[in-house]
Design a binder for this molecule. Structure first.
Ligand SMILES: [Zn+2]
Length: 251
């Protein structure tokens, strides 16, 4: 079986969701983590968890959504994370790659307080970090959080080494299937017990669907590419990913 450890299902209507989740199950995608980016989408995630057996949830405020949250976001998020199928705090993080994103000074307090919330609730964190990976990793470590995955990782070898030193996990997305993606060269450095895969639906559809609206079914294309790069049988990679997923998210 394949596991899509990061998908923004809230981007689909309920009718579309029934269809894409059924299709995913038929194609051996047995677990999907519906991932929130705000208080409102975390509420959607709870609905997905309740409606679909194969769906689990992550709730958090992403660095792109920090300017639009209600004052009581922490209280609201904490309550939503109480749901038995909520398995992580995320996606949270920091990103300095685009001047149109909220400035780092606004992103950082959300990142830090949600890492603390994760540690307190004994949940792993799902971390988005681009352009500032080393700082994101150091802050995570400083908070004392021992379980985290750096999703859709595209950092350099130094930041990869650092997060592996701290025993964090790495999740690869459809970017791994893009011909000139630098991350393809780093896959060989990631031990089998640290790898997860994801679609980041609706973004980053893998080849040959690049540019289309992504869906969990296509996580198999990410897995096939990782298996090829790691020179390992697909079934064996599936077993590694399932073990990693279960030990990180405790399900
Ligand atoms: Zn995402």
């Amino acid at each position: 079986m394949w596991i899509d450890s990061h998908a923004h299902l809230f981007d689909y209507s309920h009718e579309e969701l029934v269809q894409i989740i059924n299709e995913a199950s038929e194609r051996s995608v047995s677990i999907i983590v519906s991932t929130a980016t705000s208080v409102i989408t975390a509420t959607d995630v709870i609905c997905h968890c309740d409606k679909f057996d194969s769906v689990w949830g992550a709730g958090g405020i992403s660095p792109f959504d920090v300017l639009t949250q209600p004052d009581s976001w922490q209280q609201k998020l904490r309550k939503l994370l109480n749901h038995p199928k909520m398995i992580a705090v995320g996606e949270i993080g920091i990103d300095n790659t685009n001047p149109t994103y909220p400035v780092l000074d606004k992103q950082l307090p959300f990142y830090e307080s949600q890492l603390e919330m994760a540690a307190e609730l004994n949940l792993p964190a799902v971390i988005h970090s681009r352009g500032i990976e080393k700082t994101a990793i150091e802050i995570c470590k400083t908070t004392g959080l021992t379980k985290a995955v750096f999703h859709c990782f595209t950092g350099d070898i130094d930041s990869l080494r650092k997060l592996l030193d701290y025993d964090y996990y790495v999740s690869f997305s459809g970017i791994i299937t893009f011909k000139n993606a630098l991350i393809r060269d780093l896959v060989s450095f990631v031990p089998f017990d640290r790898i997860l895969i994801e679609t980041d639906t609706p973004y980053l559809a893998p080849e040959p669907f690049r540019g289309k609206k992504n869906k969990p079914t296509w996580v198999s294309l990410v897995g096939e590419e990782v298996a090829k790069l790691k020179k390992i049988d697909q079934n064996e990679l599936q077993r590694c990913i399932e073990n990693n997923f279960r030990s990180l998210f405790k399900i």
